[in-house]
Design a protein around this ligand. Structure first.
Ligand code: F0G
Length: 457
C-alpha cells in the first residue's frame, strides 16, 4: 500500500478551544505579542515545540502506574538505565529532569572562562549554559546549513574543515569537549550523516578531545541516515543509532523529544572520573543518582518511550508526516527551509516577508500573524532568538537565518490538523504584502525570546 498511516489508534482525546480573530487580537496584545505568553486554552493548534508535548502510549501510562518511587535503588531506574545503556552503549547513565539540566552539569565541570566549545549549532539552552560557565560556544555548521532553499541530504553536518582549524588553533588546553547536535534543531532540524559523525569524532580524538552528542532527536537522525546514506538502507534504526553513539564519548539527552515523554532527560558518558564528578553535582542540584530530578514513574515512561521511538513503523510515519506538510507548503509557493526537517517545518521568514528587514523581526511578525489568522502557535528562530543589540553602540547584529518553526508534537495531531495548518499558512502567504514588522518594547538580559514584549510597527 502507498498510503502511510498513523501506526496507532487514539484511545484518549483532549478537546481544543476555538477562538475568533477578534478574540485573538485582544489575547495577543495582552501577551505583548510574545507567543510564549499565551495560555494554551487560547491556542488551537500548538506547534510551539515538539518538546514534552508527545502523546504517551498505553504502555507508557501503564508504566506510570508501575513506577517504583523508592528513593535509592528504584527498580524503575534500573530498567531505564538498562534501556538507555542498550541504545547508547555508554557506561554511565545519569538521569536529569530534562536536557538542559544535563547540559548545566556537563558544562559546570568542563566549561569555564577561556574554554571554547564547538558544535554544528548549539541549541539556545546549550549556548546559554556554556556562556554562563564563562566559556565560548562556537557554531561550525556546513555552508549548506545556512542556505534555506538549497536541497540537501545532510544539511545539519559539522563543517569539518572549520572544526579542524578550530581544533588546531585552540587545542585541547582550550577545548574541553566538542558537541554535535543530532538533528540540528537551530538549522532546520536537518540530520547529520554517519560519515560526518565519524569524521568529527576522528578529528576530535586526534586532538585528544572528547565528543558528546546532543542526542535529543537521535532516532529521527538515525532514520534519515537509513533513508539517505548509502550502505544503511538495510540496517535497523537501532543498529544505526548504536553506531552513531559508538563514535562519541558521551551525550546529553532531552527525553522530551525522542524519549516520547513529557519530562526527563539524561547525561551519559564512558569516563568514570567525569561521571563521578557529574553525580556529585547531580546530588546537590537534581537528586540522588537513581532518580536525578525525576519520579520513578517518569523513568518507567522514558524507558518505554526509548523503545517505542525506535519502531520503524513509527519513524516512517513521523518523518513522512512532517515532510507532507513541507511538500504541501512548497506546492503553494511558500518558502521553507528545504528539505523539511525531522521534527518541524521551518518557514523562511526572510523570503516570505522580504519587505521586512531583520531589525523589524520578520519571523516574529509572521508567527504573530499565523496566530491571529488561524490560532496556530509557532516559534520564531531568528533575530529575536539569536540577534544581538550592542549595549554600548546600539548596533544591531541579526541572526543568520530568520525562521519560523512549525514543530510537530509526536503522535498528537492528525493529517486534517496538518491540512488546516497548510491552509492557514497559505492564506497568510497570499496577503504577505500587508504584514508589517514588529519592535521590542522590553527584554531580559539572556534568552530574551521567552519573556520579551513586542509592539507591531
Ligand atoms: N538540545 C536541543 C537540540 C534541543 O532542541 C533542546 C530543547 C535542548 C537541548 C534542551 O532540552 O528542553 O529538555 O532542557 N529544545 C526544545 C525546543 C525546548 O523547543 O526545541 P530541554
Amino acid at each position: 500500500m502507498k498510503t502511510i498511516i498513523e501506526p496507532f489508534k487514539i484511545k484518549t482525546v483532549e478537546p481544543i478551544r476555538f477562538t475568533s480573530r477578534i478574540e485573538r487580537e485582544r489575547i495577543l496584545s495582552e501577551a505583548g505579542h510574545n507567543l510564549f505568553n499565551l495560555h494554551s486554552d487560547d491556542v488551537l493548534i500548538d506547534l510551539l515545540t515538539d518538546s514534552g508535548t508527545a502523546a504517551m502510549s498505553a504502555k507508557q501510562w501503564a508504566g506510570i502506574m508501575e513506577g517504583d518511587e523508592t528513593y535509592a535503588g528504584s527498580k524503575s531506574f534500573y530498567r531505564f538505565e538498562e534501556i538507555a545503556r542498550g541504545i547508547t552503549g555508554f557506561r554511565h547513565i545519569i538521569p536529569t529532569h530534562q536536557g538542559r539540566a544535563a547540559e548545566k552539569i556537563l558544562f559546570s565541570i568542563m566549561g569555564g572562562a577561556g574554554k571554547v566549545i564547538p558544535n554544528n549549532t548549539h541549541f539556545d539552552t546549550t549556548r546559554a549554559n556554556i556562556e554562563l560557565s564563562g566559556a565560548d560556544a562556537v557554531d561550525l555548521p556546513v555552508a549548506e546549513g545556512s542556505m534555506p532553499s538549497l536541497k540537501g541530504d545532510f544539511k545539519g553536518n559539522m563543517d569539518l574543515e572549520a572544526l579542524e582549524a578550530c581544533l588546531r588553533r585552540e587545542g585541547s588546553e582550550r577545548i574541553p569537549l566538542c558537541m554535535l547536535t543530532v538533528t540540528n534543531n537551530s538549522r532546520g532540524g536537518q540530520p547529520v550523516s554517519m560519515e560526518n559523525i565519524r569524521k568529527t569524532a576522528e578529528l576530535c580524538h586526534g586532538h585528544r578531545i572528547p565528543l558528546f552528542l546532543d542526542a535529543c532527536r537521535f532516532a529521527e537522525n538515525a532514520y534519515f541516515i537509513k533513508l539517505r546514506e548509502p550502505g544503511y538502507e538495510k540496517r535497523s534504526v537501532r543498529e544505526i543509532a548504536r553506531e552513531m553513539f559508538s563514535y562519541a564519548d558521551g551525550c546529553t539527552m532531552s527525553a522530551k523529544k525522542d524519549g516520547l515523554v513529557n519530562i526527563g532527560g539524561f547525561l551519559a558518558m564512558n569516563n568514570d572520573d567525569l561521571a563521578q564528578r557529574a553525580r556529585s553535582i547531580l546530588v546537590v542540584t537534581e537528586g540522588f543518582p537513581t532518580y536525578g530530578g525525576l519520579a520513578g514513574h517518569d523513568l518507567e515512561a522514558i524507558a518505554q518511550g526509548l523503545e517505542e521511538v525506535l519502531d520503524e513503523h513509527y519513524l516512517k510515519y513521523r518523518i513522512r508526516s512532517v515532510a507532507y506538510v513541507g511538500e504541501r507548503l512548497s506546492l503553494l509557493g511558500v518558502p521553507i527551509f528545504q528539505p523539511p526537517g525531522g521534527h518541524a517545518v521551518y518557514l523562511d521568514a526572510k523570503a516570505f516577508l522580504p519587505h521586512i528587514p531583520p531589525h523589524e523581526f520578520p519571523g516574529q511578525a509572521l508567527a504573530c500573524e499565523l496566530y491571529l489568522h488561524g490560532g496556530i502557535r509557532s516559534c520564531e528562530i531568528g533575530s529575536v532568538m539569536f540577534g544581538k543589540t550592542d549595549t554600548n553602540s546600539g548596533a544591531f547584529q541579526p541572526a543568520g537565518l530568520e525562521l519560523v518553526r512549525l514543530a510537530i508534537p509526536r503522535r498528537v495531531y492528525t493529517q486534517s490538523h496538518m491540512d488546516y495548518v497548510v491552509e492557514c499558512v497559505g492564506e497568510v502567504f497570499e496577503k504577505r504584502d500587508e504584514l508589517k514588522g514588529i519592535r521590542i518594547v522590553s527584554e531580559p538580559p539572556v534568552l530574551r525570546h521567552f519573556t520579551a514584549r513586542f509592539e507591531p510597527l
